[in-house]
Design a protein around this ligand. Structure first.
Ligand code: 5GP
Length: 130
């Protein structure tokens, strides 16, 4: 069965898309820990990031770097934090999170609540900076 992220790539489930190329896809996390929290995935399903081949993993990081650079410009922050968890969705993904301090990476703290309009506005700002 296709993962929820594969269904997002196919357009079966809506998302706030940030970028895609032939192999990778970036979209905003629906339950963000910070404004601008974005996920980068390979379109090809693999449940664990460190099962990806060296070339694919490297290319995914380079794709994530482009997204991170746009995020940095679009959202006030000091840096873009990078996290890999993958306990919830069995489809390799990298979390890109705009941070000002270490605690901004805390997945256990209360997440940010964003309206659809707020998601769209941030999405647009990120996309404009790509
Ligand atoms: P992890 O697998 O790294 O523990 O967490 C999966 C992440 O995917 C979570 O941050 C969660 O909010 C996000 N997520 C889960 N389902 C969806 C979805 O349907 N759409 C979007 N945009 N994000 C999702």
């Amino acid at each position: 069965m296709a993962t929820i992220f594969s269904r997002i790539v196919k357009g079966e489930i809506p998302c706030y898309k940030i970028a895609e190329d032939e192999r990778f896809f970036a979209f905003m996390d629906i339950n963000p820990v910070a404004v601008g929290h974005t996920l980068v995935i390979p379109k090809r399903e693999d449940d664990y990031i460190f099962n990806l081949g060296d070339e694919e993993l490297g290319a995914m990081m380079v794709f994530a770097k482009k997204v991170a650079k746009a995020l940095e410009k679009a959202v006030p922050c000091k840096r873009i934090g990078v996290a890999v968890i993958g306990l919830e969705v069995p489809h390799a993904h990298i979390h890109l999170i705009p941070i000002r301090q270490e605690s901004d990476m805390d997945f256990k703290k209360e997440h940010v609540h964003m309206t659809e309009d707020e998601f769209r506005e941030v999405q647009q700002r990120i996309v404009e900076n790509l």
